[in-house]
Design a protein. Structure first.
Length: 174
């Protein structure tokens, strides 16, 4: 799926997206305020030559998005990558081209484009370790218990795994 520059730039930046968040507004802002990217991650990202554009498919109710997109947005801001947030439900063509396991509209999805807006890879909907747990043990738990476990994992990880996996996507393209 090709995303043209006009459509990309019509979408809100991450700070603009925060102003549009209705559900879980305080949680989104709290995670954003605490999001930190370690210097070694910034350095590694800066070594990846090219102009990268990140298009994140999200909805404000998504717990995985609130725990991953703020740290990705911090990285993008630190290294000069352009990032925009598009609604999953408003962009079914993009979502359907990036289904989890070829069937699920799970979010967030972060699609990486090069300077010519050619898609070079994508990440999502959550770090591999959490995804594996959710798809095995996690499915046996009631939703509130599963969500509590995942939130604890995100709190301990502080975005490190998300950033490493996203950098791997960009590095493969670079």
């Amino acid at each position: 799926m090709q995303l043209d520059p006009e459509r990309f730039r019509a979408a809100p930046t991450f700070p603009e997206y925060l102003d549009l968040v209705v559900k879980n507004r305080e949680l989104w802002r709290g995670v954003w305020e605490r999001a930190h990217v370690p210097a070694e991650v910034v350095d590694a990202a800066r070594r990846l030559h090219g102009r990268w554009h990140l298009a994140a498919l999200s909805e404000d109710w998504c717990g995985d998005a609130v725990n991953t997109l703020p740290v990705i947005a911090r990285l993008a801001a630190e290294v000069g990558w352009e990032m925009r947030v598009l609604g999953r439900d408003d962009n079914p063509d993009l979502m359907d081209a990036h289904l989890t396991n070829g069937r699920s509209r799970s979010i967030p999805v972060v699609i990486v484009y090069d300077e010519a807006f050619r898609e070079v890879g994508w990440w999502g909907p959550r770090p591999e370790e959490v995804q594996a747990w959710v798809m095995s043990e996690g499915l046996a738990l009631p939703s509130p218990d599963r969500y509590r476990h995942v939130r604890r994992w995100y709190a301990r990880d502080k975005g490190r795994t998300t950033l490493a996996e996203l950098l791997d996507v960009v590095a493969k393209a670079a």
